[in-house]
Design a protein around this ligand. Structure first.
Ligand code: ADP
Length: 385
């Protein structure tokens, strides 16, 4: 933690290696399949996917709560799960932060945290002293003596986080720890988790279905779809070069346009033609993964950052539409627009407020407009990207 509170770590941050991890439940459901990834020590890895994509199953397999059906997991260079190996959670040198806090109801905040150290052989008084320091660091030092039932959700989650971090275990697993908190507290806790975990240097695997949380926290993001890892990359790459339309949709689009792909421009961008309802429009876009030399029917996926409002008929105006919604966002306004051909676009940011019903121009930038061939499979085997 901070220099003045520093304790010699009991364990250094662990590397993690997962090979062909597969889990089939007894009812036959193949929840995760052939998952492969490697994390260097200290990486903050976020597993992102919709409900039912296999995030919890993966985390439970890593923790040792579930047995693998196939594959291998190494934590800190040691096999903890393999065809003939299954170490229980307490032998894996990891700590967990849970969605529902999972504190001992009969222990006060300090003893909930100290318990994790006492289990590792640290003397009771020393464990309590260190627990108090860490709870103070998390802003709830004054609440040390309170029981979980006397703490708010955010305070309980801070206790949960302190309990997971105090032992300096080499791997931290986080099961949607912010999902039960309200929006303002979620943002505050996100910042606290990010800074505490990075200060501690722990390798972290964090699951969420919230792309904004994933982008804000992660060094690396793994996107899960139907139990398969469809892309593994840093947040910037996932945003700029999603491996599939599914990844693009799940990580935030303003909208989708049916287009014709005419060919490559000399700059490497893709030349797009679309019938915008009034007159044909030509645009440049970024080639999506696997587009190669495809021409013909295409799909243009538009990131919110690639679209802006323009004066109808003015320079930069490529498409025409009508404003259907305006939301004030503090630093400016987010608009929803329906184009004259009926295509909806949303999340269009402007510092200027347009009114509902206004006719507006829409400008698209090539960077953030991603062209895929029409009918591109939503799945991919782009593991390891
Ligand atoms: P997520 O955490 O992304 O919502 P889960 O890992 O909970 O996904 O679930 C992945 C799939 O496995 C889902 O289809 C879910 O219904 C199924 N599943 C989860 N737990 C079990 C179980 N114990 N037995 C059978 N199927 C399960």
């Amino acid at each position: 933690m901070t220099k003045s509170n520093a304790q010699a770590p009991l364990t250094a941050a662990h590397p993690v290696r997962v090979q062909s991890m597969t889990k089939q439940y007894p009812n036959g459901k193949l929840a995760v399949e052939d998952i492969c990834f490697e994390l260097s020590p200290g990486t903050f890895f976020v597993l992102l996917g919709p409900s039912g994509s296999g995030k919890t199953t993966m985390l439970r397999c890593l923790a040792g709560i579930e047995r693998l059906s196939g594959g291998r997991i190494e934590i800190g260079g040691r096999a903890v799960a393999a065809p003939s190996i299954h170490l229980p959670p307490e032998q894996r040198e990891l700590a967990m932060v849970f969605q529902d806090y999972a504190l001992w109801p009969h222990l006060c905040a300090r003893d909930n945290v100290a318990f994790a150290l006492k289990r590792r052989g640290v003397h009771r008084e020393e464990a309590r002293r260190r627990a108090e320091i860490l709870l103070g660091r998390l802003g709830i030092g004054a609440l040390c003596q309170r029981f979980p039932s006397e703490l708010s959700g955010g305070e309980q989650q801070r206790v949960g986080l302190a309990r997971a971090l105090i032992g300096d275990t080499g791997l931290l697993l986080c099961d949607e720890p912010l999902s039960n908190l309200d929006a303002a507290l979620r943002e505050q806790m996100r910042v606290e988790i990010s800074s505490l975990v990075r200060e501690a240097g722990t390798t972290t695997i964090y699951i969420t279905h919230d792309q904004a949380e994933a982008f804000a926290l992660a060094d690396r993001i793994g996107v899960l779809e139907h139990g398969r890892l469809v892309q593994l990359a840093d947040p910037e790459t996932i945003y700029a070069a999603p491996a599939t339309p599914f990844v693009a949709r799940f990580t935030g689009l303003a909208g989708e346009l049916a287009v014709r792909i005419a060919g490559r421009a000399p700059t490497g961008e893709v030349e797009i033609h679309l019938d915008a309802g009034t007159n044909p429009v030509r645009l440049l876009a970024t080639p999506g993964e696997g587009l190669d030399r495809h021409t013909g029917a295409g799909l243009l996926l538009v990131r919110p950052a690639a679209v802006s409002l323009a004066e109808p008929g003015g320079t930069g105006c490529q498409l025409l539409g009508k404003v259907t919604d305006v939301a004030f966002r503090g630093v400016g306004y987010e608009h929803a627009v329906v184009l004259v051909d009926g295509t909806p676009l949303s999340g269009i940011f402007s510092p200027r407020r347009a009114r509902r019903g206004d006719n507006v121009g829409v400008a698209l930038r090539p960077n953030g407009c991603l062209a895929f061939a029409a009918g591109t499979s939503t799945s991919s085997t782009a593991i390891g990207r």
